[in-house]
Design a protein around this ligand. Structure first.
Ligand code: GDG
Length: 475
């Protein structure tokens, strides 16, 4: 590859999906990014998943056993730095604030310093691995300052950034003491990809109103002495692949056991990391309300809520877990019969295959986040359906996916009565209506897939410097 005129792709993300790490558990995003690497050859750079007591470690380079043109570069992080970076600032400050929960966002200067230190450590280790032609694609809120750290070390490559979570309106962003330096660093990227037009508007408003920058055509942004481009690239899934997975999984023992256990009752399914952005307490309240107001669904509808624990070290997540457990217990205590449990609440994860099979069994997909960058489960639920007898998606208007999935039953997750009413309508919807809605939704997710997403982002990144720069090879 050394002498190739084609650019190599370098992906940076917090966790790296290395070969050998349970492939079945790797999400669609990991698979898609690996495919983008396979098209051009390239490097996936990130944290190893291990912490050490001493200083952060050296780079461990591995080659993909199936494709020698793909490499994985990871390193261990100092435990204290990791805590400050990951739990302290990324998930303790940015995540809640960007999901419109300023009350949960607790800023401490040492956490921000840890975040900055880890970004510098990433840059320091990445620089020696970079070649002149490489195109660098950085993922998510953990790495807002990374381009600035790379530029400080004289890296002149094209560097793009994709934010998987929402971008907050400026009125909220300014509550963060370091908002200006964070946005100035963000603008060091050549291209900033956001999930939706709303997110782009929020960033544009910050630039125009808060720091009196200039907004030009094609998403050009000039502010704080920097110049960049910002655009929406709504992330998708490999819809055809997920449909096949769901169909094939119908015969798997785990899926058959779930089907048998339902005894022809209606399955309402929710799949979300146990996170306060996912609207789980309100969702359970809505299910409670459904059973209270429409007794015909008692002994008929079962809610299967799959919520693997995430970020369990963060206090807010532990509190949420207790709250959700309490609510599930309350509903079951009030409505359960000897032969029917209304809520099956599972704090565990399943393989992607089994999950696809479960989603296919759902008569209703209940996806009601309080705020979500996109929400891939909404798209996976659609892809998993049986075209001859599809279920109905009930979707929060505050998920990025609601911009595209307009034929879902769109709800305000904070309006318990509205969600319960939508659930009722979904459960009684005649088949022709379900098919008509599903067809439109399936067409949408088949047109904007994970591949079109990565290709359009990378094409836009190449276009940011159209002259004298090598292009990525297109499949
Ligand atoms: C962030 C943004 C944005 C879930 N449980 C299991 C499992 N999953 C898979 C789902 C889906 C993925 O994890 C979750 O993606 P989401 O999009 O729903 O949510 P976040 O994790 O919050 O992701 C989000 C996304 O980034 C992409 O840009 O859409 O807004 O917050 O694929 O199926 N997978 C397996 N077992 C489980 O138990 N195998």
């Amino acid at each position: 590859m050394g002498g190739s005129v084609l650019a190599r792709l370098v992906i940076v993300s917090n966790r790296v999906a290395r070969p050998g790490e349970a492939a079945a558990r790797a999400g669609g995003l990991a698979v898609a990014l690996r495919e983008a690497l396979a098209r051009n050859g390239g490097l996936w750079f990130g944290w190893s998943g291990e912490t050490v007591e001493g200083p952060s470690g050296p780079i461990d380079l591995q080659q993909d056993p199936r494709d020698s043109r793909i490499g994985y570069a990871t390193f261990d992080l100092n435990a204290g730095d990791h805590r400050a970076f990951y739990n302290g600032f990324a998930n303790g400050v940015i995540w809640p604030l960007f999901h419109l929960r300023p009350g949960l966002s607790v800023y401490h200067r040492p956490a921000f310093e840890g975040y900055s230190r880890v970004n510098a450590a990433f840059a320091e280790r990445l620089v020696p691995l970079l070649r002149a032609n490489d195109i660098v694609w950085v993922h998510d809120y953990h790495f807002i300052p990374l381009a600035a750290e790379l530029r400080r070390r004289n890296v002149r490559n094209r560097i793009g950034f994709f934010l998987h979570i929402p971008f907050p309106p400026p009125e909220l962003l300014v509550s963060l003491p370091v908002h200006k330096s964070l946005v100035a660093d963000l603008l060091r990227y050549d291209l900033i990809g956001l999930q939706t037009a709303d997110d782009v508007r929020s960033l544009a408003r910050y630039v125009g109103e808060e720091v009196k920058g200039r907004l030009g055509g094609m998403g050009r942004v000039e502010a704080l002495g920097q110049s960049s481009r910002v655009a929406a690239f709504p992330i998708g899934i490999d819809a055809a692949h997920f449909s096949r997975l769901a169909e094939e999984s119908a015969g798997r023992p785990e899926v058959q056991r779930l089907r048998d256990s339902l005894l022809n009752r209606d399955l309402v399914i929710g799949v979300d990391r146990l996170d306060y952005s996912k609207g789980l307490p309100q969702r359970l309240e809505a299910f409670h309300h459904l059973l209270g107001e429409w007794p015909e669904h008692r002994s008929r509808a079962t809610l299967l809520q799959i919520s693997p624990v995430s970020r369990g070290e963060v206090a807010q997540y532990r509190a949420l877990r207790r709250e959700v457990e309490g609510l599930a217990g309350r509903i079951n205590g009030r409505f359960a019969e000897a032969d029917w449990t209304p809520v099956r609440y599972l704090n565990r994860s399943f393989s992607r295959r089994v999950l696809a099979g479960f989603l296919r069994l759902g008569r209703v997909g209940l996806v009601t986040p309080a705020r979500d960058g996109m929400n891939l489960v909404a798209k996976e639920y659609i892809a998993a359906q049986n075209p001859a007898d599809p279920g109905v998606l009930v979707l929060s208007r505050f998920a990025g996916a609601a911009h595209e999935l307009r034929d879902a039953l769109i709800v305000n997750p904070f309006d318990i009565e509205e969600v319960a009413t939508a659930l009722h309508h979904a459960l009684i919807m005649p088949r022709e209506q379900r098919i008509a809605r599903w067809k439109t939704l399936m067409a949408v997710i088949s047109a904007n897939t994970i591949d079109t997403w990565s290709e359009s982002f990378l094409r836009a990144l190449e276009d940011t410097h159209p002259l004298a720069r090598p292009a990525l090879l297109r499949a």
